[in-house]
Design a protein around this ligand. Structure first.
Ligand SMILES: Nc1ncnc2c1ncn2[C@@H]1O[C@H](COP(=O)(O)OP(=O)(O)OP(=O)(O)O)[C@@H](O)[C@H]1O
Ligand SMILES: [Mg+2]
Length: 222
């Protein structure tokens, strides 16, 4: 099925919370439903994304504000070159991390308000999920999977980021908290439920709009 405009879905969470896993599983689900989608991520694999990864792995240094400017520049490019064109073709975009990562992680070292202003012009996702997972569980998952810890992956920092994310779920109605301390399938089930609810509501709105247009033209002619 090709939609008029693709759905813009974002998955967020602490490092190791399972965002990449859920993006992949959600894409499989949409494939089965016949909804055309792509998975993309931030930081991107483009030039600026490469610079960011260099900072996160400690290959080169920049101050916290400089790093956040890079994340936002990477996002501007990502939106222009990949996300918006795909949505325009009716393709649903599943983005592994987006502006809520900037707000939650960036606010540990930079002010939240400055970061919000920096991201003000960027497209809001239709639906975003915050996978809420305890920092200890994230660290356990990460250490089981690889040996190199990146910049943000210590418990205290993760705790602060978690608090920031929770605050954001209260502020942004499109950011849905999901209990991520469960099995991958249980988490996916909740995500899918929300996506289906969104699609159902959208259908209802479309029907109501059509009905309103018909009623309008009716009252106009009689
Ligand atoms: N619900 C879950 N229960 C147990 N393990 C999980 C769950 N979800 C993902 N994992 C495992 O945890 C590890 C990290 O998952 P994943 O790479 O999806 O996390 P991430 O949030 O994308 O991490 P990163 O921030 O490092 O990109 C993987 O080994 C994955 O298989
Ligand atoms: Mg990942």
């Amino acid at each position: 099925m090709v939609r008029k405009r693709g759905l813009f879905i974002v998955v967020e969470g602490l490092d190791g919370s399972g965002s990449t896993t859920q993006c992949r599983m959600l894409k499989n689900f949409l494939d089965i439903k016949g909804i055309k989608s792509i998975v993309t991520k931030e930081p991107t694999n483009n030039l600026i994304g490469g610079l960011i990864r260099g900072v996160l792995t400690g290959d080169w240094q920049i101050n916290p504000e400089g790093l956040q400017l890079l994340f936002s520049a990477d996002r501007a490019h990502h939106l222009e070159k990949e996300i918006v064109p795909a949505l325009g073709r009716g393709v649903t975009v599943i983005c592994d991390r987006y502006m809520f990562s900037t707000l939650a992680f960036g606010a540990v070292d930079c002010g939240m308000e400055w970061l919000k202003v920096l991201n003000q012009k960027f497209l809001q996702p239709d639906i975003a999920f915050f996978l809420e997972v305890k920092p200890e569980e994230c660290i356990r998952r990460i250490s089981a999977g690889r040996d190199k810890f990146e910049l943000f992956e210590n418990k205290e920092k993760l705790q602060k980021v978690l608090t920031n994310y929770k605050r954001l779920t209260e502020e942004y109605p499109n950011l849905h908290p999901i209990n991520g301390n469960r099995s991958k399938d249980e988490i996916l089930r909740d995500i899918v439920k929300k996506v289906e609810l969104y699609l159902d509501n959208e259908k209802l709105t479309e029907q109501e709009e059509k009905k309103a247009v018909i009623e309008d033209s009716f009252s106009f002619h009689h």
